[in-house]
Design a protein around this ligand. Structure first.
Ligand SMILES: [Zn+2]
Length: 155
């Protein structure tokens, strides 16, 4: 299967219903879709790489800057108590380095704790695009960057 992440980076498909933020030449952040959590972000490498060990030194240095910076901005935007970080890149079509960053608020159900958060991924009734857009606009504001429209969802 063609890499769907690369297709999205090339604007051939749209995987998110909210504005995205290009952080630099190496990384982009967008809101995950479809999820039941407001503030579930995806930090995407802007070129195809299968594994973390494939990152160049520049990409790794940039990641070291942006991962905590995005977590701080996500906290400011959502009042998260902690932020989850996950990187697998194992699903068919998505074997491309990307980190899931999830804002975990203080009032969080026990069944979504830790790896249980995946129960909130791929849901039939995701959080609204007005909520995800609000988070992405607030995130961009805290990062001092401009959000960019992602276009209508299609695949
Ligand atoms: Zn790819």
């Amino acid at each position: 299967m063609a890499c769907q992440t690369c297709r999205a980076l090339a604007d051939e498909i749209v995987l998110t219903d909210a504005p995205r933020v290009d952080l630099d030449d190496h990384w982009r952040v967008e809101h995950c879709y479809p999820v039941a959590v407001t503030g579930w972000l995806v930090l995407v490498l802007r070129r195809h790489a299968r594994a973390l060990h494939d990152l160049t030194d520049d990409e790794a240095a940039s990641l070291g800057h942006w991962l905590p910076a995005v977590a701080r901005a996500l906290h400011a935007a959502t009042d998260s108590e902690v932020e989850y970080v996950m990187q697998f890149a194992e699903s068919a079509g998505f074997q491309h380095v990307h980190f899931h960053l999830v804002a975990r608020p203080p009032d969080w159900p026990d069944d979504l704790q830790g790896p249980g958060v995946w129960a909130a991924f791929g849901v039939p009734n995701p959080v609204s695009s007005s909520k995800t857009t609000g988070v992405m606009e607030a995130l961009a504001l805290h990062l001092g960057l401009s959000p960019q429209p992602s276009g209508p969802l299609h695949s």
